[in-house]
Design a binder for this molecule. Structure first.
Ligand code: NAD
Length: 475
């Protein structure tokens, strides 16, 4: 199948970018070219910002009810293409299709639906003493997203931005861009006014940096790597833009001594290996009490070994390839470092999985006796690599869990939800799962420390795109 696109979406129309350059997108399971996308340039960014600026005055003054109507239509147009979205993202990212249907297609639709409901009941005004505080659209927003959950990360920005009354320029990852084109087509079909949503694709120097630096952009919502986030913040600072950063993580799952071990380890391994470990919130460090270490290690290896890498389009596959050759190299480097720094390789390793000569596959890998100073305990790997660490008491578990530069997510497992919640309160992380409780898309999502700042999802995600104005009234 060819998914190629040759145009970008600006001011309500598909346009050929001013440069004819194209970017190839690969299928990570086959290493074949899936299609190409336009490498737009600063001149296209200029047009997109002009269109978004021109559309802002009218869109930002629509009523919430009018925006709900638009967003509901958009939801309908997107939902009609859910299967195509799942297949497209499996082809470009490599997530097993069964999971893609539920997560890569299902989650963004649910988030969009949630914003329709939220917007319908959201109060854009608040009375504080003699002031009337009005919550207004913050301006033209640049939304910059990575490849690992491509449409979810896009919708987590675009839906609240549009709901708030902002106009948007989306720059998706060039590694997995095709679902963003499907979104732009859905926007067009839904009849959103021209300029309200614009899509430009291209490289970081070609499109990313011109967009973040553009004085007409008032707000940047960025999800990606720590290095990318730092650079974006520097560029945005020059024109004092508001910036929201959703960056990396090195999240810990803490198993307390009264936890049901089998359930906890199954949940923790799943939370590490989902999307082949290419998840910002992956629970990549498994912290266990020293007295349970041997049993935990044996169980973790047993469960991890069931994640057999394979063709992501096959129904039974649980572990697809990594997204690219570069990503695989990066992960294999970390596995080499783990061994070199003295961690025990309990499962997996750098050899390619048997029978998979093509595709960027990495074997599910478990390291034992990992200590906090090792590289694999400190840095984000973004692959199917679990680090087992032991602790002596609760205080040490909390210290280890909090002992990285990141603070995105964590998990706590205990026989008592109350005890797990008590430990969770001590963790520096944006979200902590208690005994494997599911993701709540109405609750705020984001990080602390170098995992970033600002929140996505639910009303807190909406408020990132609002600007407060106090109207001082006479008594
Ligand atoms: P990346 O930083 O390379 O790229 C992310 C996006 O930002 C891409 O669209 C890229 O083109 C753009 N970009 C990068 N540098 C830029 C710059 N200087 N100016 C403008 N645009 C720029 O990240 P990636 O490899 O695509 O994604 C993986 C990373 O994303 C991981 O570190 C992961 O943890 C993180 N991530 C975080 C979350 C979260 O919500 N916290 C979610 C998913 C992924």
């Amino acid at each position: 199948m060819s998914l190629s696109r040759s145009e970008v979406y600006i001011d309500g129309a598909w346009r050929r970018p001013l440069s004819a350059e194209l970017i190839e997108v690969l299928n990570p399971a086959t290493e074949q070219v899936l299609g190409t996308i336009p490498a737009a340039t600063a001149a296209d960014v200029e047009q997109a910002v002009s269109a978004a600026t021109a559309a802002f005055a009218a869109w930002s003054t629509t009523t919430p009810a009018e925006r709900v109507t638009h967003l509901r239509t958009l939801h309908r147009c997107l939902a009609a293409r859910a299967e195509e979205i799942a297949q497209t993202i499996t082809a470009e990212v490599g997530m097993p299709l069964k999971l893609s249907r539920r997560i890569q297609a299902g989650l963004p639709l649910a988030v969009l639906e949630n914003y329709c409901a939220l917007l319908a009941g959201y109060d854009f005004e608040e009375r504080i003493g003699t002031s009337l505080v009005v919550k207004e659209a913050a301006g033209v927003a640049a939304c910059i997203t990575p490849w690992n959950y491509p449409l979810h990360q896009v919708i987590a920005k675009v839906a609240p931005a549009l709901a708030a009354g902002c106009t948007v320029i989306l720059k998706p990852s060039e590694v997995a861009p095709f679902s963003a084109f499907i979104l732009a087509e859905a926007v067009h079909e839904a009849g959103l006014p021209p300029g309200v949503f614009n899509l430009v694709t291209g490289t970081i120097p070609g499109v990313g940096e011109p967009l973040v630096s553009h004085p007409g952009v008032e707000l940047v919502s960025f999800t990606g790597s720590l290095a990318g986030g730092r650079r974006v913040t520097e560029l945005a600072a020059r024109t004092v833009k508001r910036v929201t950063l959703e960056l990396g993580g090195k999240s810990a799952a803490i198993i307390l001594d009264d936890a049901d071990l089998a359930t906890a380890i199954k949940g923790a391994v799943g939370a590490c290996f989902i999307n082949s470990g290419q998840t910002c919130t992956a629970h990549t460090r498994l912290l266990v009490p020293e007295q349970l270490y041997d049993r935990t290690a044996a169980l973790a290896v047993e469960i991890a070994a069931t994640y057999l890498p394979g063709d992501p389009t096959a129904e039974q596959t649980r572990l697809g390839p990594l997204v690219s050759a570069a990503q695989r190299e990066r992960v294999l480097d970390y596995i080499r470092k783990g061994t070199a720094e003295g961690a025990e390789l309990l499962l997996g390793g750098v050899e390619p999985p048997a029978g998979l000569e093509r595709g960027y596959y990495v074997r599910p890998t478990v390291f034992g006796r990992v200590t906090p100073e090792m590289t694999i305990a400190r840095e984000e790997i973004f692959g199917p690599v679990l680090a087992l660490m032991s602790y002596r008491d609760e205080d040490e578990a909390v210290r280890i869990a909090n002992g990285t530069i990141y603070g995105l997510a964590a998990g706590v497992w205990s026989g008592s939800d109350e005890r797990a919640t008590r430990v969770a309160r001590r963790l520096r992380a944006g979200q902590v799962d208690i005994n494997g409780a599911p993701f709540n898309l109405a609750a705020p999502f984001g990080g602390c420390k170098q995992s970033g700042y600002g929140r996505e999802l639910g009303k807190y995600g909406l408020e990132e795109f609002l600007c407060l104005k106090s109207l001082q009234l006479r008594e």
